[in-house]
Write a protein that binds this ligand. Sequence first.
Ligand code: HEC
Ligand code: HEC
Length: 318
Amino acid sequence: MTSLSLFLLLVSAGAAAADEPPAAYLPAETQALALIGVPPPYPEEDPAPPKRVELGRKLAFDPRLSSNGAVSCMSCHQPGLAFTDGLARGRGVGHKEGPRNTPTLLNLSYRHSFFWDGRARTIEDALMDAIKNPVEMNQDHAALAARLSGIPGYAAEFEAVFGGAPTPARIASALGAFVRAIDLAYTEKRSDFDKFRDDPAALSPSARKGLVVFAGKGRCLRCHATNHFADDALHDVGLTEGQRREFKTPSLRQVALTGPYMHDGRFATLREVVDYFDRTDGLALSGEEKAALVDFLRALSAPTPTVSIPALPPQESL
Ligand code: HEC
Ligand code: HEC
C-alpha cells in the first residue's frame, strides 16, 4: 500500500467517526425516494372560476351556516392550525364534542375517500355531512338554502356565480371549489422532504435515517403510500371505536401541524404514534430509529397557505 492511499484511508475513517452527513444520496435513500414516487400534478385541469372560489371562501368563514349561528367551517378547520382545531375531538354547536379528530383540509384534491371511516366519496359529500351533523353545524340543508336566500348579498352572489338562488347543491359546489383552491395554493409550497429531492442537505442526518426506516424496517409505506403518504383504504391498526376496527390511512403531509393524532385524537405527539406502531407491529426499532422516524415525519410539512378572512354579506341590505 502506498503512503498516499493509506493517507486517504485514514482521512475517510476520520470523517466517518465524526458522523458527518454523507454528501450525496445513499443507495437506501435513493431506493426510498423511488418507492415513494414523485408528487402528482394538481388534479384539476380546469380550476373552478375565481368567483365560485370566492363565494366558497365566504361560506366557509360564515357562522350563519350553523343552526345556532356560532360555528363556521373555519372554527374547526382553522387556517392557522393547518386547517385543524388542535383538539383531540371536534367541538360543534353548543360545544358538543363529536367522536372524531378534525382532519386537515389540505391535499384533499388528491384523495378518493373521505372521513376517518371512508364513508364519503367526494369532498362535497363530506362537507354537506358536516353541515347536517348534530355535533358539527347541526343545520338542515334546505333550511340553510332558505336562510342564505334571505341574505341579499348572498342571493346576489349565487345569482352571479350560478345564475340562480342558493340551493344545497350550489352551496356544496362553492365550498368544494374553495377547499380545492387551497390545494392549488399549497402545490407551490415545499416541505423539507420535497426539497431533499434536489438537495441532499435539505434533510438533517436524523431525518435521512428516518426516511430509510420509514420505507424499510418500519414498513410504513405499506399503507402511507405514494408521495401523499396515504392509500385511501381502511386498515385495522388495532384501535377501536365501538365495533369499528378499520379506519382510513391519513395522509402524513402536514402531520407535524395536525396533532393530536388518530381518529379519536388519543395520541398527543408523533413520538407516541411511532411508539405505538413499534409495539403493535413488533418492529423492534431502536431509540435512535424512533427519533429519526419522528424527524422524518416532521420534515413532511410545508408552510400552510394563508387564507385571509373575507368580509361577509350583512344580514340586511344596506
Ligand atoms: C365541529 C367541527 C367541524 C366543523 C364545524 C366542520 N368540520 Fe369538517 N370535519 C370535522 C371532523 C371531526 C371531521 C372528521 C369526521 C369523520 O371522519 O367522521 C371532518 C371532516 C371533514 C372533511 C373530510 C376530510 C377528510 O380528510 O376525510 C371535509 C372535506 C370537511 N370536514 C370540510 C368541512 C367544511 C367545508 C365545513 C363547513 C361546511 C366543515 N368541514 C365543518 C370537524 C368539523
Ligand atoms: C396497516 C397500515 C398502516 C401501517 C403499516 C402504518 N400505518 Fe400509520 N396509520 C394507519 C391508519 C389506518 C391510521 C389511522 C388509525 C386510526 O386513527 O384509528 C394511521 C395513523 C398514523 C398517524 C397519525 C396521523 C394523524 O393525522 O392522526 C401517523 C403519524 C402514522 N400513522 C405514522 C405511521 C408510521 C411512522 C408508520 C410506520 C412505522 C405507520 N404509520 C404504519 C395505517 C398504517
